[in-house]
Design a protein around this ligand. Structure first.
Ligand code: HEM
Length: 165
């Protein structure tokens, strides 16, 4: 497959993965508009529901890596990776989106996920620890939801909105 064809595929995969990743975040805002501490484990979680939770959280977590890898590939293919990262010249616009995206990926993998594993019961944790972690995951998830708005703006403006700046 030619590098150009790979670039076209990367764009669609990028947008599809963004929809999956952000879709999960936005659904979370609708389902849990306010913070609710983790409920005590009442033994209702069975193997099926735990498997479904693992699948759901696995899909949106790995979608973030598809966003990152396809995004970096497109920057490399266009020869603007350094300019975007260094926020230089007109590529500073998409560069701002890239830095916001990187922050969101790091937040998901190094803040949200380690705490979410305890809230969801994937790793053992005391009741107090699960309540503390549910607060951290709520705030980390909301942070990514809010960061996604300027991220999308700078991504689209970087691609089509140079006249804006
Ligand atoms: C994680 C790091 C990211 C990198 C390196 C990256 C990189 C890119 C690149 C190079 C493009 C193509 C721009 C062009 O055609 O000139 C793009 C498009 C796009 N990105 Fe990202 N991106 C990242 C994260 C994100 C995130 C977090 C979002 C949404 C929350 C996002 C949403 C979009 C959208 C909607 C487009 C299509 C823009 C358009 O063609 O109108 N990206 N991205």
């Amino acid at each position: 497959m030619s590098l150009t064809a790979l670039d076209v595929m990367a764009r669609w995969l990028h947008i599809l993965a963004v929809v999956v990743w952000m879709g999960h975040n936005y659904a979370n805002v609708v389902q849990n508009p306010r913070f609710q501490p983790a409920r005590p484990a009442d033994g209702s979680a069975n193997d099926w529901s735990l498997a479904a939770l693992r699948r759901e959280h696995g899909i949106f977590r790995h979608a973030s890596l598809v966003v990152l890898i396809t995004g970096v590939y497109m920057l490399w293919f266009r020869g603007i990776l350094a300019d975007a990262i260094l926020l230089s010249g007109r590529h500073a616009v998409i560069g701002l989106g890239v830095w916001l995206g990187l922050l969101m990926v790091l937040n998901l993998w190094f803040v949200l996920w380690p705490h979410q594993k305890k809230v969801l019961g994937f790793v053992p944790a005391s009741r107090e620890e699960r309540v503390r972690c549910s607060r951290v995951t709520f705030l980390a998830s909301r942070t990514n939801t809010i960061l996604s708005l300027p991220a999308v703006f700078f991504m689209v403006a970087g691609a089509h909105g140079a006249w804006l700046f």
